[in-house]
Design a protein around this ligand. Structure first.
Ligand code: PXG
Length: 464
């Protein structure tokens, strides 16, 4: 549909409200207001149905790593659809795109992560991981090792398995989650939960919570620990440097499997191919999705180490999806990886844009409303606070101020999300320093407007 024959915005909004159920949305509320309708995109910019141009500070949903408008991916999809639009890999068949993508991922992934099980999304891949680690221990003669330890405020997807691994209280509150044999420990969120400890002390303490949980459960019952190198949906929580080395030590000590959920941190977000490389983490399994295809096609998967894959190979693994390794999605992912590699996009993040963003975003810390402004690679967050010195929360319900800030941001044509009262960005990896300057200018204006609004409404009060 071109802009010339597109129905008016109001008509589209009415149809949307009448028939389209949005994810993670109070649909009644949205229906009153009307969704903003995005019609086109190029580079790091979106266009809406009214012709306004927005900076996409979230790369879609943390996924459009190479930016919008890359026709090479459209060509790859069209070529593959003409040649072989679909075939499965279940019953002793394979196809070229799945083979090539698996081999490419094995080459890119660190260590002996040499085997790929494909899924349609990050959630599905984490469901695979639950099945896979439990089956691994069963084949090892330790079927009682079933418990997977995860973290509160971690995000691992929205399927029953993924949401169970995740530590989102609001998700667990609906639908009887988590499933059995999942345990949660606290997150390494120093600004919000670190109290009087230094970040390094706190990072070690929160890592040791893993050891305490293992001992409480009984080490012989623990199958795996899963975590995001940097929590994304939880609010871009960057762990203290002391955290991951201590986790790594504990995982090795008890011989449990480590699953790194790289759905957001994979494919360049932290300035390396994988977030694990940025932190020196050595996982047995990595969850991937999003940046694997830059969101141009839905595809995810698990990259698995030799030991786990070779053990699983001893028996039939009773698991798989119709779209595991979908040829069109795999062909598009391959083209995406080619572009990331040949255009040195990840090196540019590491050497140029991440340091630039760190400085520009960090400069927002001088704003009266900002408690901390932090980034790692091209993911960044800031904490809104009524009292910087005390790292205080607002007296009003958590998330109210964040929501107000997000509304101003949207009004300023900047897509910046809120998670509670943290504001977050994760722009396409092709963002330039000039784009970053524009993003920061809009973010600062947004903070000024939010501050003035809170002042006028008497909302600058700290919680007791
Ligand atoms: N793991 C991580 C770390 C994720 O961020 C998933 C798994 C699930 O992937 P799928 O492809 O099934 O969505 C994710 C997804 C948000 C938001 O509000 C984040 C995600 C998805 C939807 C919303 O930040 N991350």
């Amino acid at each position: 549909m071109t802009l010339t024959n597109m129905p008016p915005t109001g008509e589209l909004q009415a149809l949307d409200a009448a028939h389209h159920m949005h994810p993670f949305t109070a649909n009644g509320q949205l229906a009153q207001k009307g969704a903003r309708i995005i019609t086109r995109a190029q580079g790091v910019r979106l266009t809406d149905s009214e012709g306004a141009e927005l900076i996409d500070g979230m790369a879609g949903l943390w996924c459009v790593n190479i930016g919008y408008g890359r026709h090479e991916l459209a060509e790859a999809a069209a070529r593959q659809m003409r040649e072989l639009p679909y075939y499965n890999t279940f019953f002793q068949t394979s196809h070229v795109p799945a083979i090539q993508l698996a081999a490419k991922l094995a080459a890119l992934a660190p260590g002996d992560l040499n085997h790929v099980f494909f899924a349609g999304s990050g959630s599905e891949a984490n469901d695979t991981n639950i099945r896979m680690v439990r089956q691994y221990w069963a084949l090892k003669g330790q079927p009682e090792r079933r418990v997977i330890i995860a973290r509160r405020n971690g995000y691992h997807g929205s399927t029953m398995g993924g949401a169970s691994l995740g530590g989102m209280a609001a998700m667990h509150a609906q639908g009887g989650l988590p499933i059995a044999d999942i345990a949660h420990i606290d997150q390494p969120y120093w600004w919000g939960e670190g109290g009087d400890m230094s970040p390094e002390e706190f990072g070690r303490a929160r890592a040791r919570a893993l050891e305490e949980q293992i001992l409480a459960l009984g080490p012989e019952r623990v199958a795996a620990f899963i975590a995001e190198p940097v929590q994304g949906a939880g609010g871009v929580i960057i762990p203290p440097e002391s955290y991951w080395p201590e986790i790594q030590r504990i995982v090795a000590k008890y011989g449990i499997l480590l699953i790194a959920d790289e759905v957001i941190t994979g494919f360049g977000r932290l300035g390396e191919w994988f977030g694990c490389q940025s932190y020196g983490i050595r996982p047995h399994i990595m969850t991937i999705a999003k940046g694997l295809s830059s969101g141009y096609q839905p595809i995810g998967g698990s990259i698995v180490c030799d030991e786990v894959a070779n053990t699983l190979a001893q028996d039939e693994f009773n698991h798989g999806y119709t779209y595991s390794g979908h040829p069109v999605a795999a062909a598009v992912a391959l083209e995406n990886l080619r572009i990331l590699q040949e255009e040195h996009i990840i090196e540019r993040v590491r050497e140029e844009t991440a340091p630039y963003l760190a400085q520009a975003w960090g400069s927002l810390a001088d704003h009266p409303l900002v408690g901390e402004a932090v980034s790692r690679g091209l993911m960044a967050s800031l904490a809104l606070t009524p009292d910087k010195a005390r790292r205080a929360a607002f007296a009003t319900e958590p998330g109210n101020v964040g929501y107000i800030c997000r509304e101003f941001s949207f009004g300023n044509n900047l897509v910046m999300r809120h998670v509670g009262d943290r504001m977050i960005i994760a722009p396409p990896l092709v963002i330039t320093p000039a784009d970053i300057d524009e993003l920061i200018a809009r973010a600062r204006k947004t903070l000024d407007q939010t501050y003035a609004h809170l002042q006028a409404e008497g909302m600058l009060k700290a919680a007791a």
